[in-house]
Structures are given as C-alpha cells and as structure tokens.
Design a protein around this ligand. Structure first.
Ligand code: PLP
Length: 402
C-alpha cells in the first residue's frame, strides 16, 4: 500500500500535450499551431542574435558570480523593466511611487501578485476575460482566491470584442474586485480593445473601484512598437489608478525557458513603498526565496545599452512583421479558395494568436485529419505558419468548414 495510491490522474495541460503529440507525429506535413512560441519563416526556434552576443560577453566576464540575488531580485533589471513598461516620463516614476519585482517570467509575476492580493490584502474575487489564457484561473485559485468570475469578451458572431457585455459585467462587479486585463495581444483571441474602449473601461473601473491587474506578456512583440503595446497600462497610470502589471520577457526576448519577468507595482504614495515591498518580500521568501539571474542579466544589458537596444528593436520588428505577414497570407489564401465565412478578423487581430472561429469539433478534425495541431477552442498561433505551410493550412481549414 503506497501513500500515493489514491492520487488521481490529473488532466493534461492542452498546449503542452499538443506539442508532445506533434513531436511524436511522423506525418511529414504536420504543423504545430498550438504552441505559443516564435518560429522563423523556416519553422525553426530563434535565439535572438542580440541575446547570443550578450551571452558570449557574460561568459567571458570573470567578475560575474553566481551568488544569490536579493529576494525581490536584481534591482537594475526591475528598474529597467519598469521603465520599459511605463516610459521614462511616467508620473509614477517621477514621483517615486512605483517599483518592480524581478520574478519567474510572466506566470511567476502573476502568482506573486495573486499571493499578495489574496494573503496580504485578503482579496477573494477575481475577474478574467471569457475566454482567457488557460492559466489565469489556476494561478489565482492556487494563490488563495476563492472565486473567479468571467467578464464577457469575445463575440463569436462578429469575431470581435463584446464590448457592451464587457462593460456591463464590470459595472456589476463588486467593489475592489481584482480585474485581470491583457495589456495587449489578447490571448487567445488576438482581439484588443481600441484606445477609446480602453478609456471607457478605465472610467467604469474607476467608478466601481475595481483593481486593475495587467498581464503584459507581449510588449513590443505585438505591434513591433514598445510604446504602442504599453498604451493601456500607461493610460491607466495617467488616470491615477494604483495597479499591478505582470511583465514577461519570454516572447519579446525569446527567453522562454530562462523565466525572466517583472511585477510592476504602482502605488499612489511613495510612503507605501516600504511596507508593500516588505510584504512582497515575505511572500516571495515563502515561495522560491529569490529568482534566477542569467536571463535578467541579458535583458538588463540590452535595455541599458543604446546599441544593443537598437538591435533588439530590429528583432522585435522582425518577429512582429513576420506574424502580421502570415495573418495576411492566411486570410488571402482562404479568400482565394472562397472558404465560407468572413476571414477579415485574421488581419484585424494582433499578436501571436487568433481565434479562427472553428468549433471544437472542427478543431479536433484539423488535428486528426490534417495533422494541424491547434487548441480545441479554435485558437491558432500565427507563429506556426510559414510561407511553405500556409497553403496547406488554408486548404485544411477550407475542407473542414465546407
Ligand atoms: N500571460 C499570457 C496572456 C500568456 O499568453 C503567457 C504565455 O503564454 C503568460 C502570461 C506567461 O508566460 P511566461 O510565464 O512564459 O512568461
């Protein structure tokens, strides 16, 4: 008799299970549209050249060591990351009422934020978009939130934002609920509010005293422009909100497995920084004690050096332009094939992902019949498309919907 004999089989995590199935598939034209990772036009992973350059310099630097970082991580990194998010002229930075916490990528940032909100402030209800990234609920529940509620987001009929539904759900949320907002490039739909819609969201959240927790996993990666992709977060700060923002450097630096993240904390007074920091320190100490250094060193070098920074800007433009181009090619090929339906949303949406509008049954058919790996929800990653496979994918969609 084992202590563990009663342990039930847990359900697999869909995106990771899909990649495993894809790797095991021997079909030669298989396509992976499930994974949230960048691929080159040849379908290969890409280590950014600027990352390689910095890694070589770090490897040759005999002064660097592998000692522990402080509990809240590398300060030069979290300051650079916070500046990148908010902009140097942001009032919160100028008034010394913001700070960053170096965390374990975007997920770690969200978890630290959720732990603080649940354990230290006693928050119980969080709201997330319907649909959202599949990990939000697990992260928040595990951190101690009692109840997760959905706010309306996606309208399948228009393949766009259900803005009226979203506003109505926010209006009805209890005061001081935590609202998770995707800063840009909404995952999984690819559909973001316009700037005027963000202004209305901010207004309702202010009236209702709702707390914004931004999830920013795609800054720069979405449009190729760091400022544009940070619009929503900067706008909320200008409007006087206190907020948190979980930043990931997985996609925009291609540092997925290095787990580099930052939690930006914006408060309304510099006096609050010391007590709030002290509580975050206790939260992190009890979770993983302190973060890893390697990826944060790379990001800090790039963000603090004009020449490396310019190279990185070129890289994020390369990635975002390739994605925008694949959106165009997929739409054009579907329209050329006269595939039933309106495919304009593919080019209206932004970032790595799009909801195709395919049903669960159709999405499963894409996997089984065509070896095109995509989520049951109909979400595809544009990064898995290449000039070579886009026609195959379009023809498979055509066959599936006809
Ligand atoms: N938030 C969103 C919306 C995401 O899409 C992702 C990754 O796919 C993350 C957070 C977290 O990513 P990571 O923990 O790899 O930085």
């Amino acid at each position: 008799m084992s202590l563990f004999s009663g342990v039930q089989q847990g359900s697999p995590v869909e995106a990771f299970a899909l990649t495993k199935a894809y790797n095991e598939d021997i079909f030669k034209d298989k396509v992976n549209l499930g994974a949230g990772v960048y691929r080159t036009a040849e379908g290969k992973p890409w280590v950014l050249p600027v990352v390689r350059t910095v890694e070589k310099a770090l490897a040759n630097d005999d002064i660097l060591n592998k000692e522990y970082l402080p509990i809240l991580g590398m300060e030069s990194f979290s300051l650079a990351a916070t500046r990148m998010l908010l902009g140097d002229d942001n009032p919160a930075l100028l008034q010394n009422r913001t700070f960053g916490i170096h965390t374990l990528s975007g997920t770690g940032s969200l978890r630290v934020a959720a732990e603080f909100l649940a354990q230290v402030l006693g928050k119980k209800i969080f709201y997330y978009s319907n649909p959202t990234w599949d990990n939000h609920e697990l992260v928040f529940k595990t951190a101690g939130f009692e109840e997760g509620r959905k706010y309306r987001y996606w309208n399948n009929a228009t393949r766009g934002l259900d803005f009226d539904g979203l506003i109505e759900d926010l209006r009805n949320a209890p005061e001081y609920s935590v609202i998770i907002l995707h800063a840009c490039a909404h995952n999984p739909t690819g559909c973001d509010p316009s700037t005027s819609q963000w202004a209305q969201i901010a207004q309702v959240m202010k009236e209702r005293n709702l707390f914004p927790l931004f999830d920013c996993a795609y800054q720069g990666f979405a449009s190729g422009d760091l400022v544009k992709d940070a619009f929503a977060v900067r706008y909320f700060v200008q409007q006087g909100f206190e907020l948190f923002c979980a930043q990931s450097f997985a996609k925009n630096f291609g540092l997925y497995s290095e787990r580099v993240g930052n939690l930006t904390v914006v408060l309304n007074s510099p006096d609050l920084i010391a007590p709030v920091k002290s509580q975050f320190t206790i939260v992190v100490r009890g979770m993983y004690s302190n973060p890893p250094i390697h990826g944060a060193r790379i990001v800090t070098h790039v963000l603090n050096n004009a020449e490396l920074y310019n190279q990185w800007q070129d890289h994020i433009k390369t990635m975002s332009s390739r994605i925008i181009d694949m959106r165009k090619q997929l739409r054009e090929t579907l329209e050329h094939l006269k595939t039933p339906g309106d495919w304009s949303h593919l080019t209206q949406h932004i970032g790595m992902f799009s909801y195709t509008g395919l049903s669960e049954k159709q999405s499963l058919h894409m996997v089984k019949k065509h070896h095109i790996y995509m989520l049951r929800s109909g979400r595809i990653s544009m990064c898995g498309l290449t000039p070579k496979n886009v026609e195959y994918v379009a023809k498979a969609i055509h066959e599936t919907v006809c």
